[in-house]
Ligand binder design. Structure first.
Ligand code: AP5
Ligand code: MG
Length: 210
C-alpha cells in the first residue's frame, strides 16, 4: 500500500502513521523527521534547513523532492510506504506523480482549535521522534521517554508564534492538494478529531473498503 497522509500541523499524521506502519508492515517516511534528523546530526542539509523549520516555513521544493526521491528508491519501500508531510505543494505533488503511483491520500480533518491544543502540548523523544502529549498521551513518567529514558523535548516550531505561521503556510500552500487529489479520485477523508485508536479504526475501515 502506497499512501500519502495529508492534514494540517497537529492533525495526527505522525501519531496515526506510527500505528499504521506496524499494522500494515510498511515504511513511515516523515519529511519533517528527516529534516530534524539532519539538523540534529549537523549535516549540510541540516544547516541549510534549520532556520526554515524554526520559522515554520517550507523548505524549497527542489531540496525536498530530491530527498524524497532518494528515500522512496530504497528497497524497504517496495512493499509500500506512508508519506507523512509530503507533498506539501502542487510542485511536490507533480514530482511525486512522476516517481510513483499511489493507492490513497488520507486527508485528516481536524478543527483549528484542536490542532493548536495538540501542538502546544506535544512533547517528543529527541532520538527516536516518538510523540507524546502532556494531556492526551502522556509518558509513563512525566517528561521522560517510555523506552529510551531520555528527557522529552518540545519541538522549536511548537511555540505559539510559529504555530500560527505553520497553519497559514498550510492553508496557502498545502490545502489546495485536497482538491488536487480529489480530482484524481484518491482522497479518503477521515475525521481526525477522536482518539488515536478511533481515528486509526476509521481509516483502516475506509482503506479496506477501497
Ligand atoms: P512536519 O514535521 O511534517 O510537521 P507538520 O506537518 O507541521 O505536522 P506535525 O508533525 O506538527 O503534526 P502531525 O500531524 O504529525 O501531528 P502529531 O501526530 O505529531 O514538518 C515540520 C517542518 O518541516 C515544516 O514546517 C517545514 O519547515 C519542513 N517540511 C516538512 N515537510 C516538508 C515538505 N514536504 N516541503 C517543505 N518543507 C517541509 O500530533 C500532534 C500532537 O497531538 C501530539 O502531541 C500527539 O500526541 C497529539 N495527538 C495526535 N493525535 C491525537 C488524537 N487523535 N487525539 C489526541 N491527541 C492527539
Ligand atoms: Mg508529524
Amino acid at each position: 500500500m502506497k499512501m500519502v497522509f495529508l492534514g494540517p500541523p497537529g492533525a495526527g499524521k505522525g501519531t496515526i502513521a506510527a500505528r499504521a506502519k506496524e499494522a500494515y508492515g510498511i515504511v513511515h517516511i516523515s519529511t519533517g523527521d528527516l529534516f530534524r534528523a539532519a539538523i540534529k546530526n549537523e549535516t549540510e542539509l541540516g544547516k541549510k534547513v534549520k532556520a526554515i523549520l524554526a520559522a515554520g516555513d517550507l523548505v524549497p521544493d527542489s531540496v525536498t523532492i530530491e530527498m524524497v526521491r532518494q528515500r522512496i528508491a530504497q528497497p524497504d519501500c517496495e512493499k509500500g510506504f506512508i508519506l507523512d508531510g509530503f507533498p506539501r505543494t502542487v510542485a511536490q505533488a507533480d514530482a511525486l506523480t512522476g516517481m510513483t503511483g499511489l493507492d490513497a491520500v488520507v486527508n485528516f480533518v481536524v478543527p483549528k482549535e484542536v490542532v493548536v491544543r495538540r501542538l502546544s502540548g506535544r512533547r517528543m523523544c529527541p532520538s527516536t521522534g516518538r510523540i507524546y502529549h502532556i494531556e492526551f498521551g502522556p509518558p509513563k513518567v512525566e517528561g521522560i521517554d517510555d523506552e529510551t529514558g531520555e528527557p522529552l523535548i518540545q519541538r522549536p516550531d511548537d511555540r505559539e508564534e510559529t504555530i500560527v505561521n505553520r497553519l497559514e503556510v498550510y492553508d496557502r500552500s498545502t490545502a489546495p492538494l485536497i482538491d488536487y487529489y480529489r480530482q484524481k479520485g484518491l482522497i479518503v477523508d477521515i475525521d481526525g478529531s477522536g482518539s488515536p485508536q478511533h481515528v486509526f479504526e476509521l481509516m483502516d475501515a475506509a482503506l479496506k473498503a477501497l
